[in-house]
Design a protein around this ligand. Structure first.
Ligand SMILES: [Zn+2]
Length: 298
């Protein structure tokens, strides 16, 4: 019976004890109050590490024999080091895995700690929830930015949101500064920069009403996601793609499927599937724990 703690970092820290891929005793949230969401960004690295560890200890609820602890971070993570974390900039360059591991030791918890990208946590959590722990799952998280996650965990960079999907020289809206990126089309900030006079939701509402400029953009949005998906299929093979996130409501699945079909023509690669699914903080926390268990060989 695997017993692990899963953690996700965003504007809140979510923590939970996961036993056999299921959350027991519910989810812990810090800070609890929405008014205090800015608190984590303002914390010093040491204070943030201490807070994360306190949450893990409380979630473990006296259980010292944990198999693993998994911490999902929004950003680029490599070998236990946070290389890039736009939403928690104080973590950049931190050896977060070692810091958490040492501090947990002081609390009497000695188990392997794994850092992972949050989209990989979503992929693992969805794999667990849909009973697909033996399959390959790829996930697009459509939020403020575009995240790409995969399960099972495979070492690599996987910045799929920055897949190049157009050679148009005017496509320069990605926050990373790169030209032609998926997130430069689908990202929330990018859409605002493109339509200075309209909010993203107004653009999609306009497309529904037949406004030509909005319809054109809706096509571009879906072609971009289809192109990135097709690229992933051509590189990693077919499999299940889950689409999720705050703004996944903007995705028109039949349109996406049609464009993807136009872009993937080799018959051995056509066994992929695209599905929109709901996820939640619970799914992410379970995913963090499941990924950490696999990394630890549990
Ligand atoms: Zn980019």
């Amino acid at each position: 019976m695997a017993k692990s703690v899963g953690v996700t970092l965003s504007e809140q820290i979510h923590t939970g004890l996961v036993v056999d891929h299921k959350l027991v005793d519910g989810l812990r949230r810090f800070p609890e109050d929405e008014d205090d969401y800015g608190a984590l960004v303002e914390m010093h690295t040491d204070a943030l590490v201490e807070t994360i560890c306190e949450q893990i200890v409380q979630a473990a609820n006296g259980e010292k024999n944990l198999d693993a602890v998994g911490v999902a971070v929004p950003g680029l993570v490599k070998s236990g080091v946070v290389e890039e974390a736009p939403n928690l900039p104080q973590l950049k360059g931190t050896r977060l895995r070692d810091s958490i591991s040492m501090k947990l030791h002081d609390h009497g918890i000695a188990c392997p700690v794994t850092l992972l990208n949050d989209a990989d946590g979503v992929a693992a959590g969805l794999a667990a929830r849909h009973g697909k722990l033996d399959a390959m799952i790829q996930v697009w998280t459509v939020g403020m930015g575009i995240g790409y996650g995969r399960y099972p965990f495979t070492p690599g960079v996987w910045e799929g949101g920055h897949t190049v999907v157009t050679l148009d020289e005017k496509e320069t809206f990605c926050g990373c500064g790169g030209r032609g990126h998926l997130e430069g089309i689908m990202g929330h900030r990018a859409m605002r920069l493109r339509f200075l006079d309209m909010e993203p939701e107004e653009v999609f509402a306009g497309a529904k009403k037949g406004d030509a400029r909005c319809v054109e953009f809706k096509k571009l949005y879906h072609k971009a996601l289809a192109a990135a998906t097709a690229t992933s299929i051509h590189m990693s093979g077919p499999g299940k793609f889950f689409l999720t996130g705050t703004y996944v409501k903007n995705v028109d699945l039949p349109m996406l499927k049609e464009y993807t079909q136009q872009m993937v023509k080799m018959s051995p690669l056509q066994g992929y599937s695209l599905e929109i699914v709901e996820e939640s903080p619970e799914v992410r926390v379970i995913g963090s724990a499941v990924s950490a268990e696999q990394a630890a060989g549990v």
